[in-house]
Design a protein around this ligand. Sequence first.
Ligand SMILES: Cc1cc2nc3c(=O)[nH]c(=O)nc-3n(C[C@H](O)[C@H](O)[C@H](O)COP(=O)(O)OP(=O)(O)OC[C@H]3O[C@@H](n4cnc5c(N)ncnc54)[C@H](O)[C@@H]3O)c2cc1C
Ligand code: SF4
Length: 557
Amino acid sequence: MPDQPIEREAMDYDVVIVGGGPAGLSAAIRLKQLAAEHSREIGICVLEKGSEIGAHILSGAVIDPIALNQLIPDWKDKGAPLTTPVTDDRFFFLGKKRRFAMPTFLMPPFMSNHGNYIVSLGNLCRWLAEQAEGLGVEIYPGFAGAELVYDEAGAVRGVATGDMGVARDGSHKPSYTPGIELRGKYTFLAEGARGSLTKLAIARFALDAGKEPQKYGIGIKELWEIPQEKHQKGLALHTMCWPLKNDTGGGSFMYHFDDNLVAVGFVVHLNYSNPFLSPFDEFQRVKHHPVIAAALEGGKRISYGARAITEGGIQSIPKLAFPGGALIGCAAGLVNVPRLKGSHNAMLSGMMAAEAAFAAIGENRQRDALTSYETAFSASVIHKDLYRVRNVKPLWSKLGTVLGVALGGVDMWANQLIPGGFQFTLKHGKADSDTLIPAAQAEPIDYPKPDGVLSFDKLSSVFLSNTNHEEDQPVHLRLTDPDIPIKINLPTWDEPAQRYCPAGVYEVLTDDDGANPRFQINAQNCVHCKTCDIKDPSRNITWVVPEGGGGPNYPNM
Ligand SMILES: Cc1cc2nc3c(=O)[nH]c(=O)nc-3n(C[C@H](O)[C@H](O)[C@H](O)COP(=O)(O)OP(=O)(O)OC[C@H]3O[C@@H](n4cnc5c(N)ncnc54)[C@H](O)[C@@H]3O)c2cc1C
Ligand code: SF4
């Protein structure tokens, strides 16, 4: 262990952006566009923890091109990978074998997917990164923002990347290289749902004071290649109800796009109460429903992954600006839950923050709070998009799927027809870590064994995420108290981490006779979904960035 503080190199930029997703890349592009329009120089860097841009991006995705139309109006000519317009939009309530189609006229027009595109968000990000680099943005994949760095006045001055070459026990390996400090006049946190630096900034500047807790879902997705005769390019299909019980929110999506590709996935709201529930196994089950199985049979699964999605909506958005920086995209939680869409808002928020920072830098300001970004946000289309669906998630959580979704529909119609809708805003209540009931009061769930054709086990799934971490490094899933999993979580909730983690990272091992339980963390399997950081009932797990470049390598999720 070093006994001297490590000297780090520092690099200065106008704006440092942490996260190369839709929000971060759109902010970078907008800043460079503004600089070109005003004949000014501006230094922008984007840090991305994945081995390349897109490697950690997992989404549906049906995207609303509203933001792209503004950011790069000639995106078609520039070859953006949006080639599958939605041509058929279907919605089903499922029973175990049955299905009930919901007529689309029951949905308010703003829920329609007309004009939207089915894409790989990872590939869209790769294309956005090319556009950004073409404008002079410096992009550093394989570098994770590990720490926030503050100035003497306590404002964020930038971030430090993680040290490389640290062994599991904290000692320095021969390959040791200290992290670098990237300093900016402004630092944008664009880490997506449950960002690790975002969490620190929210706590330090009390950005969530007076707000409802952020709510989350876990989204698990597979990419399939299916026989051409079954492929219905442009079909976007959503389901609800089975296999989840009425008191658990969530549902599946299946999008047919490109050449014989199908994105199939399942979202489970993380405020579920039964500690025996396994989102992974619910997903494996839903693929056996005839509505989904009919398309997948005869096909081949080619990729797997998982990622948390924000669900709190307008009630849970923290203050967006803090001294020295801003939250953009899903770091702030901008997903429209009933539309299952957030990437358009992520991009729009990045563009808005970029405009505020560009103006501030032009006035020779730095490291203050970009209050003009907050003001622009309150009057923006993002605010409108989220405000009119604000009661859907609380109604769903409180009343269950059947009644909650029906009343949510009524509330959305009210917002379509009357400005401001019913004028009230429902609360979410508890954080997702606080919703499990004790195992002794819960019904165990007997999941069917995977058949290896439509359904699979966790290990073969994780293999398809191409996740990879340097093994000899400190465990990036930190337990505040290492005794809690066995002493508290196991007797009270049957240690739910064994089931909510979609990558089999957490295991409770015992001797052959079932005695001597031990908690094992297989950190190298982690796909960076962040569910453990959200759902652990003891709030004992903190996800921190592993060595840069570690994690999944999604080709086109
Ligand atoms: C299963 C699922 C389905 C979805 N379906 C849709 C859909 O159909 N349509 C839609 O519009 N939206 C959908 N969404 C939501 C959408 O994906 C998000 O709203 C969007 O990706 C948010 O963009 P972002 O840039 O804020 O964050 P992200 O896309 O999460 O990108 C964040 C990036 O930052 C990187 N990063 C994080 N922390 C660090 C760090 N400390 N240092 C360096 N890099 C870091 C990550 O690796 C990642 O590349 C879905 C989400 C899920 C999970
Ligand atoms: S360890 Fe945590 S972040 Fe990693 S895959 Fe499991 S639940 Fe997700």
